[in-house]
Design a protein around this ligand. Structure first.
Ligand code: ADP
Ligand code: ZN
Length: 213
């Protein structure tokens, strides 16, 4: 099964994708993570996208489609979870073509609905484990008092360079301008479903399980 998790920054796509990886053996393809890796390892492409990302603007379609193409060619266990991709109609068309090329299709698109005020609060409180990527939130899921990641025991935690109010505003605008039309696009294709992303993590997880069946 191949699915897209759709939703604005901070909607909880990454958190829910991790559940699906752990419980269903699916493969998470996060273009945001791939781009951050390219940036951290200092590749030419990474250097090119660093400023764009820090401002909260979108990287070119060509770059992200290229990243996804490579991963699809490498194959993936019990299906792919697309997280943060596609973000434009052009990327959505390209994904359809790429899946068709490997004899697969998109089974479901799940939109995580969260109101904008909640997004800002979530994102400015967010940090992740530097070792395993477990997501923490000062308000709802603080880093354990002993300073050790509950998932892997790691002791370093980081905040993203673009998790500040200024670039968050740009990321939200980009979402509404370029990505939200995908709701209609996938509705017409008959694969669209939505869940309330505002609830507790486990409640959201259960709703997603319902949609996926
Ligand atoms: P967010 O929390 O904003 O959803 P992501 O980790 O998915 O963050 O993406 C971080 C940044 O990486 C985006 O703001 C954008 O600059 C770039 N990016 C990620 N995925 C894409 C994509 N599919 N198309 C264009 N740019 C992307
Ligand atoms: Zn960890």
């Amino acid at each position: 099964m191949n699915i897209i998790l759709l939703g604005p920054p901070g909607a909880g796509k990454g958190t829910q994708a991790r559940f699906l990886v752990d419980e269903r053996g699916m493969v998470q393809l996060s273009t945001g993570d791939m781009l951050r890796e390219a940036k951290d390892s200092g590749t030419e492409m990474g250097k090119k996208v660093a400023d764009v990302m820090a401002r909260g603007e979108l990287v070119t379609d060509e770059i992200v489609i290229g990243l996804i193409r490579e991963k699809l060619e490498a194959g993936g266990g019990n299906g792919f979870i697309f997280d943060g991709f596609p973000r434009t109609l052009k990327q959505a068309d390209a994904l359809g073509d790429l899946l068709a090329e490997i004899g697969q299709k998109l089974d479901r698109v799940i939109e995580l609905r969260v109101d904008d005020a909640a997004l800002v609060a979530r994102i400015t409180a967010r940090s992740t484990c530097g070792t395993c990527g477990e997501v923490y939130n000062d308000l709802t899921k603080p880093i354990p008092a002993d300073g050790k990641c509950s998932n892997c025991g790691g002791t370093t935690f980081k905040r993203r360079a673009d998790d500040n109010e200024e670039s968050l505003k740009t990321r939200l605008l980009e979402y509404y301008k370029q990505t939200s039309p995908l709701v209609g696009y996938y509705y017409v294709k008959g694969v669209y479903g939505r869940v309330d992303g505002l609830g507790e993590m486990d409640a959201v997880k259960a709703e997603i399980a319902d949609v996926l069946g």
